[in-house]
Ligand binder design. Structure first.
Ligand SMILES: C[S@@+](CC[C@H](N)C(=O)[O-])C[C@H]1O[C@@H](n2cnc3c(N)ncnc32)[C@H](O)[C@@H]1O
Length: 277
């Protein structure tokens, strides 16, 4: 049973405008020096922006958009690099010299943020267009992550070594049909810590399920299909209740679980968790 229809987002894509500026939303701190964009003419940058199905953007030092907004309501502001959560991850565990596995790299904005903190990053995404956009974004920033196409729910064993010091897992768990099964696969390969940002089910509203021998409470949500660049790749997803998620992390060896944020967002409850062995 689907308990709620998610992602009531506008499908109306913003028309690309040659001026490459979204009025009123440029903040000084989101203007970024992007090595290979800085030397690009407006015309070449427009070509690059039209070349790929971008659904998020950053601003270069001159306030020009690299990428584009998904819609008038979603990813319609320039993203900061590095993201504030990456700065917090770095403060807690120190990213320099660490091997980071990034789940669901989307368009590489977090990938380059992690690499700016001197981590070496292996990233994956189940959508080939997201793999390509991540590679192009990283190229623009002068970074060289290892990026893989892997639909973690369909493709069986990963086509690369997912062993890492730190797992960066933002915005992906709540898109999976078997979130616990996925964590059971990946967590044993994480040596030190994880940052997990995910929607969770409201306590008491869910049903009981079992995966990897672990009983937990969850709610079902419909997924939007292959076309939207953010969605899960199955027909539905399970959102896990927080207590069970915490219990599973501890059971997987991450004894120190800090729920650093709980946010009541438009689409539902969301948490930011840092956990380490
Ligand atoms: C909501 S976006 C989050 C993107 C990024 N981590 C962020 O926080 O901006 C979810 C990402 O996970 C990817 N994804 C969803 N289901 C996946 C799966 N089964 N295997 C691999 N990637 C998946 C999507 O393609 C998308 O890039």
């Amino acid at each position: 049973m689907f308990t709620k229809l998610r992602n009531r987002i506008s499908r109306v894509r913003l028309k690309w405008r040659p001026a490459m500026r979204y009025p009123g939303i440029m903040e000084a701190e989101t203007r970024i020096d992007i090595a290979r964009i800085a030397s690009m003419s407006d015309a070449e940058l427009e070509r690059l922006n039209a070349l790929l199905p971008w659904a998020a953007f950053v601003n270069d030092a001159e306030g020009r958009c690299f990428g584009r907004a998904y819609s008038s309501r979603k990813r319609n502001e320039p993203q900061a690099v590095p993201d504030r959560r990456i700065l917090e991850l770095d403060r807690r565990f120190g990213l320099a010299g660490k091997r980071v596995l990034e789940a669901g790299c989307f368009e590489g904005i977090h990938t380059v943020g992690l690499m700016q903190q001197k981590a070496s990053v292996s990233a994956f995404d189940g959508r080939i267009e997201n793999v390509v956009k991540t590679l192009v974004r990283a190229w623009a920033f002068g970074q060289k992550p290892d990026v893989f196409l892997w639909n973690l729910e369909e493709d069986g064993e990963p086509p690369f070594d997912i062993g890492c010091d730190i797992l960066h897992h933002v915005g992906v768990l709540y898109h999976l049909t078997d979130p616990i099964g996925h964590l059971a696969q990946v967590l044993p390969r994480v040596r030190e810590a994880i940052m997990l940002d995910t929607h969770i089910a409201r306590a008491g509203e869910g049903q009981t399920g079992k995966s990897a021998g672990f009983e937990y409470r969850y709610c079902n949500f419909r997924e939007a299909g292959r076309a939207p660049p953010f969605a899960g790749l199955g027909d539905h997803a399970k959102w896990v209740e927080l207590d069970d998620l915490r219990r599973f992390l501890v059971q997987a060896g991450f004894a120190n679980v800090d729920v650093a944020e709980q946010r009541d967002e438009r689409n539902g409850l969301r948490v930011l968790i840092f956990a380490h062995r």
